[in-house]
Design a protein around this ligand. Sequence first.
Ligand SMILES: [Zn+2]
Ligand SMILES: [Zn+2]
Length: 150
Amino acid sequence: MDRRNTVQKELIYDAVMSYSGHPSAEDVYREISSRHSTISKATVYRNLSLLAEDGKIGRVESFANSETHYDHRTDKHYHGYCRKCGKIVDIDLSYDNRLAEKALPMEDGFSITSHELIFEGICKECREKEKKNGTEGIKNREESSDGICR
Ligand SMILES: [Zn+2]
Ligand SMILES: [Zn+2]
């Protein structure tokens, strides 16, 4: 039983590591079930959670589509979210520890331990698709890059 759990966990860990991007739990499940048809969705989802809690893989909660994405990177970094397809990308901006020091909680006794920042935009693939379709008006949807802190 224990041995089997370990094997499954490793399988799921390896699957996340094989992505250069940020697969959703569903992506990881699809990838694994194509090779190991006996593994259940619940097992994949549970192990992804456990791996993230152990700090073995990163986790990105996307507020916009409420899907959980996973990350082969475990260092703290910021993310961008594509408003068209929901893809998560890494943002090249160094993690600012002082931001948490500057933030003053409105609620008494609330202590800040970390923060996340999500930039919104449109990914390269979606931009190219729009260009091909000859859609103008992409500019209107591009201006927003507000971050969400928590
Ligand atoms: Zn996109
Ligand atoms: Zn990332």
